[in-house]
Design a protein around this ligand. Sequence first.
Ligand SMILES: *Cc1c(COP(=O)(O)O)cnc(C)c1O
Length: 341
Amino acid sequence: MKTIDLRSDTVTTPTKDMYQEMQLAPIGDDVYGDDPTVNKLEALAAETLSKEKALFVPTGTMGNLIAVMAHTRPGEEIILERYSHIFLYEAAGASRLAGVQPMAISGRDGVMDPEEVEESIRAENIHFPSTGLICVENTHNMAGGMVQPMENLQQLRSIANRHQLPMHLDGARVFNAAASLNCDVKEIAAYFDSIMFCLSKGLSSPIGSMLVGDEEFIGRARKLRKMLGGGMRQAGIMASCGILSIEQMTSQLRVDHEHARVLSEGLTKLSGFSVDLDKVHTNIVNVSIRDKNISSEDLVNKMKAKGILANPRGKDYIRLVTHKDVTLEDINSAIRIMETL
Ligand SMILES: *Cc1c(COP(=O)(O)O)cnc(C)c1O
């Protein structure tokens, strides 16, 4: 029995080409700036997002933390969404290590109301911390991979400009957002001073994320990466995969999105499962099991016994994520198996 792993797109394994490149890529000590493959990946990432410079980091979490540290000073406040990854899933690194206080705003499907963002920016007052940064997540993980409307990004950008604040994008899945909008990722990146994106999710690299921004910002980020222990040596072995992620794997995301749609439509036809199809924008599907009379934990265990891996999301939902290692055939057999549960 083949296991169909729908827990996350982080479970993707490297492609054949990646395994080959890992062996062939020229490498050097990247802390000395001597790794040609890392340098090539950083130049490619910067060019792809139309920014000056980029930095290869081991994880998205470190990329976001470095961005918060590079944009702010301790004691400042950062505005972010209530269900954002930085707020919920990064072990309070921004508070503990960057020394900033989160100002969390409840969004609608992860989309923050621009008016509320502007009202949350602190005025000059002896009692108040200063606002130092606005963070946005696109696609929004907890909202089920939903894409932030371009108009919203534009409104947030004008607010940031009015208040002279930098904007950071947690773009772990920004290429999914671009694929869903059918736009160039540059158009999304243009609204932000810095962008983090993951190579290790749907783009199938084994390890790594990129932090992208202007030269001065990336200079500071490089030093912060060293401080946090993220200065790696012959990192070209991993960066070689990252180059293929950007060059070859972004087109796979459209396939993943199509599979998420097939999966959602299939599941809504089964009794007890429901999916809000309007909210399936990319490769993440939040499935309501409210009518199923079983807890999400128990359902996930039953699925596991039948070879399907998923994550519970709260007590009423399970989360299914499509990626290059699940085929259309897998999706169809997952639907057939779930019909029996
Ligand atoms: C996965 C993810 C991250 C962090 O990436 P890691 O490489 O797992 O540290 C950050 N933000 C979002 C929205 C993510 O989905």
